[in-house]
Design a protein around this ligand. Sequence first.
Ligand SMILES: [Zn+2]
Length: 384
Amino acid sequence: MADSVSEVVTPMIREYYKSVSSKDITPAHVERREFGFGDFDRTIAYRHMAFGNETKLHTYLIENAPPFVSYSPSEYEDPAGRPMESKRWIGSELVFDLDATDMKLSCQKEHGSSWVCQNCLDSVKAETIKLVEDFLIPDFGVSEREISVNFSGNRGYHVHVMNDDIYRLGSGARKKLTEYIAGAGIDLKSFFPALGERGMRLDGPMPTDYGWGGRLARGVISALNGGEPALMALGIEKPTARKLSKNKAEVILGIATNGNWDKINIEHKAEVWTNVLNGMAVKQGDQIDRNVTNDIYHIIRLPNSIHGKSGLISKKLRSFHDITGFDPMKEAIAFRNGTMKVAATCPQFSMGGDTFGPFNGSKAELPAYAAVYLLLKKVARIVE
Ligand SMILES: [Zn+2]
């Protein structure tokens, strides 16, 4: 990162931390948390830091204006202790890191993985709602007030669950939870005992069933009601979707009243329903993002801190429900004052309610938040 960018952005980060209240950037039980900080090149350059109270943390953020701040969802007797074992783990929030890059979206082939478009933001928001409404609340028995959601600051959302029963779960149990929401290791035969056996009626799950079986039945019924396009969105191929849609009243009646999935005959049943099930799973990255959930020693972006690769705030939502209308490119803006001249090369984007670009190396005077966004995305340079 060019020194000039650091020289320009660091005072802006400092002003942001001066402007926020200590309460808004301090996690519960701050004295038991481990903190880590990054620079403009590395999201975590050093860690194993601890702060006795919210004033000490806030003062540190103002004095150092770090581009990245991470904290431990875990609580420790001695959060600054090293090595990790000497910290003496007490318990941990359950955290999910949902990132648009894990969703294999077609738009990413066009704009690359470091750029974020509206489709990326909308898709990852839908995935976050799915995680909470289809898994955490109905299957894990978590209540809405135990869930806290924040924008990641770049291209996703973090979901934090503060639940007494989950708090003490070790890494092994957390891994089972991520596997469950990913639909990993589900044997379709457990829902459809007669699958693959000739001449047997295909009895399967009913919408009232608990867990994945009920989810599959409800999802298919809802798609049947939505018609051919909704069925195809579940990964069902056109000819099969058409056949199901034509006979939907009969098919729905069969599944809903006695779990009869064989009202009409479709080819490659096992493959069709397996694809549908995979489409209903939550898409989390295979390694790094799942480690956020599984590894109790992981540290993650502090809610309401600055993200050093966008200049946006990792904005904490007041409640989960606020996510529906939340627009990070408006509500997560930190640097609201002034303008800057940059030369940029990037697609068109919207920020703060205005549309900018596309830019093709041309010079432009932009609001500071938009200019910093492009500088940190490394698609612009400062010009005089
Ligand atoms: Zn996109």
